[in-house]
Design a binder for this molecule. Structure first.
Ligand SMILES: Nc1nc2c(ncn2[C@@H]2O[C@H](COP(=O)(O)OP(=O)(O)OP(=O)(O)O)[C@@H](O)[C@H]2O)c(=O)[nH]1
Ligand SMILES: [Mg+2]
Length: 267
């Protein structure tokens, strides 16, 4: 049984930064973790890249040869990945051990969840290869200070959740940039009733019924829950990781390994 996180979320939400911080955290904890780059447009990495989509397909070549722009080119690359699940991906996964923990750093294009089944098929492939997979959805805390942005963030996360049908953890990234913690705390675990009244205040009266339906939808999918992440704090990274590990039932085997270490060596 392998373990995997699929790190998704809008462009610039902090996915790659999260991956590199997670890598460093696990290094300190003497815990083995492998970060995979699934973004054909990525150029600089702060983590050792254990597997790289750019070895399969090159975005610059695709754009030049097919006359595509950056987004069309990226979609082509991802569809190329989808066509190569059975050969390229299977071969690459063979390089890992049975109980390895992989973290997939994905591109941020929203089309990947709304238009094409590539990530869904990618996940299905991982499951067939015996991976326990968790969707880790990052949202930038900068955009979480009022109810309309909160709802639109929830809807984007929900669309990923519905497409992928994975255990799903929502993360509020870049908490170090939040000056007024109270503004954001309102949205970490809000009461549906609070959201509805905020939304009704913001929008014209004719939207009242729609607002109610939206809040019920988001609440019904248990979406209204975000784990804050402050990368400056080891504790915060540890907490987020524990939530995700719990989702993919990573732990029992790991405990055996931790016992192999001499606790005296740790501090
Ligand atoms: N202050 C702060 N900045 C962050 C944090 N995480 C990411 N950033 C910054 O936000 C920008 C985008 O971060 P990335 O990690 O590249 O975001 P991404 O989601 O991988 O972006 P794409 O791959 O383009 O979709 C960069 O300038 C980062 O330095 C954080 O926790 N705190
Ligand atoms: Mg990135």
């Amino acid at each position: 049984m392998g373990y995997a996180q699929l790190v998704i979320g809008p462009a610039g939400s902090g996915k790659s930064t999260y991956c590199s911080s997670l890598y460093r955290h696990c290094e300190t904890m003497q815990r083995s973790i492998h970060i995979v780059n699934l973004d054909p447009a990525a150029e600089n990495f702060d983590y050792p890249v254990a597997m790289d989509i750019r070895e399969l397909v090159n975005l610059d070549d695709v754009m030049e040869e097919l006359g595509l722009g950056p987004n069309g080119g990226l979609m082509y690359c991802m569809e190329h990945l989808e066509d190569n699940l059975d050969d390229w991906l299977t071969e690459e996964l063979d390089n890992f051990l049975d109980d390895d923990y992989l973290v997939f750093d994905c591109p941020g294009q929203i089309e990947l969840f709304s238009h094409v089944p590539v990530l869904r098929n990618f996940v299905e492939h991982l499951k067939r290869k015996n991976f326990n997979v968790c969707g880790v959805y990052l949202l930038d805390s900068q955009f979480m200070t009022d109810v309309t942005k909160f709802i639109s963030g929830c809807m984007a996360s929900l669309s990923a959740m519905i497409q992928l049908e994975l255990p799903h953890v929502n993360i509020l990234s870049k908490m170090d940039l939040v000056t007024n913690k109270k503004d954001v705390e309102d949205f970490l675990n809000p009461e549906p009733q609070f959201l509805l009244s905020e939304l009704n205040q913001r929008m014209a009266p004719q939207f009242a019924k729609l607002n109610k339906a939206l809040i019920e939808l988001v609440d019904g999918f248990s979406m209204v829950s975000f784990v804050p992440l402050d990368l400056r704090k080891e504790r915060s990274i540890q907490y987020v990781l524990a939530q995700i590990d719990n989702c993919i039932q990573y732990g029992e085997d790991a405990e055996v390994k931790i016992k192999d270490f001499d606790p005296e060596d740790d501090d």
